[in-house]
Design a protein around this ligand. Structure first.
Ligand code: SF4
Length: 355
């Protein structure tokens, strides 16, 4: 049902991080399904702007300096705020969909003409959003109809399509299995508890090479620290070398992507790449992309502390036994089983295994 009764002006506010922005992209299709003629503006941080510009159905992208806004010194924060207010001052929206629960994001929008504002409400009886253990992409889409969505709700909300088709890499440019050993960082913090030990990724890389599989490492410039762990291994190193579009292209043409719960997992979901995702403190139900060919191994089944992510914070844990509970042998067994399939992306629907 339309919220504006016409082709209204929608503002999506989701500044970061990569994975959250991908999951929030379900809003674009959900808006268009209700109001095909709607005008959709997305306010995002500079770090994810190149990704949002790729989303089909977004008419306008507004960029804010999210680092200055959230972490800057008072003067830098004020400058970012004034720039944001100046940008919004000439615009008027009918509906604003705020993909953040933290009230500081609403406050940062000041007195902009936002129309009806709908925001995540993690703890509001009868309207809790997101409901724990539901796929977050579906929960972002529910911002449009939280009052009415009593169920059943069939199917999953689709992630945004890409505006331009990704180019086909040359035949000689084989990518093989993509490994994502770093990540789990955003502008506000680093969540190392979500990482599978980098030494185990190196063991997987060596085992894949012995099985005559090509291996490509993916990550951003901040993942430099993983490089020494792969020294001497015959792997293609794309760490810090690819744009977001380039990373999407690598994922799209990979035989399999092996990663823990970090931004590139969701980039793989966006291009429907075959994925083997390794989970511990967060739940696959909430964060595993919902496409055929996505599967998770969830470590730490015997731990009373799992999951420990409450939507904002992790436990003050000093050793992520949940992730360490996933053996290399289990990952290799699943990887080789997936690689033996003619087209892993056509495998069973999203599945969750315990090691
Ligand atoms: S508290 Fe438990 S679930 Fe959380 S990271 Fe530590 S071992 Fe994993």
């Amino acid at each position: 049902m339309s919220l504006t009764g016409r082709g209204g002006r929608y503002l999506i506010v989701k500044l970061a991080a990569l994975g959250d922005v991908v999951m929030a992209s379900t809003l674009v299709g959900a808006i268009r399904a209700r109001e095909p003629a709607a005008h959709v503006t997305w306010l995002c941080g500079a770090g994810v702007a190149p990704l949002v510009r790729l989303f089909d159905g977004v008419d306008e992208v507004l960029v804010v300096d999210e680092v200055a806004l959230m972490r800057g010194r008072p003067a830098a924060r004020l400058r970012a705020l004034f720039t944001l207010w100046w940008t919004l001052a000439s615009r008027r929206f009918d509906v604003t969909l705020l993909g953040h629960a933290d009230r500081r994001y609403r406050a940062a929008l000041g007195v902009a003409r936002l129309g009806q504002v709908r925001a995540l409400r993690p703890r509001e009886p009868g309207r809790t959003l997101p409901i724990p253990d539901r796929y977050f992409g579906d929960e972002y889409a529910r911002l449009l109809d939280v009052e009415r969505s009593r169920g059943p709700i069939t199917g999953h909300a689709a992630l945004a399509s890409l505006r331009v088709p990704l180019p086909q890499p040359p035949a000689s440019d084989r990518i093989g299995v993509v490994l994502v050993p770093g990540g789990t960082r955003n502008v506000l913090r680093e969540s190392a508890l979500r990482r599978w030990p980098v030494e185990r990724y190196a063991e997987v890389a060596a085992a894949l090479r012995r099985a005559d599989r090509r291996v490509t490492l993916v990550g951003d410039a901040g993942d430099d620290w993983v490089r020494p762990h792969f020294a001497g291994l015959d792997v293609r190193d794309e760490i810090g070398a690819q744009s977001i579009a380039g990373t999407l292209n690598l994922m799209a043409h990979a035989d399999l992507v092996i990663t823990h719960d970090t931004g590139p997992l969701h980039l793989a979901g966006l291009v429907r790449a075959p994925v083997l995702a390794l989970f511990g403190p967060t739940t696959p139900a909430q964060f595993l992309p919902r496409h055929p060919g996505a599967e998770a191994i969830w470590g730490g089944g015997d731990l009373a502390c799992r999951p420990c992510y409450d939507g904002r914070e992790f436990a003050a844990c000093t050793s992520n036994l949940c992730m360490q509970d996933i053996p290399v042998e289990t990952v290799m067994r699943r990887a080789l089983a997936r690689l033996g399939t003619a087209d892993p992306a056509r495998g069973a629907p999203a599945a969750i295994f315990q090691p």
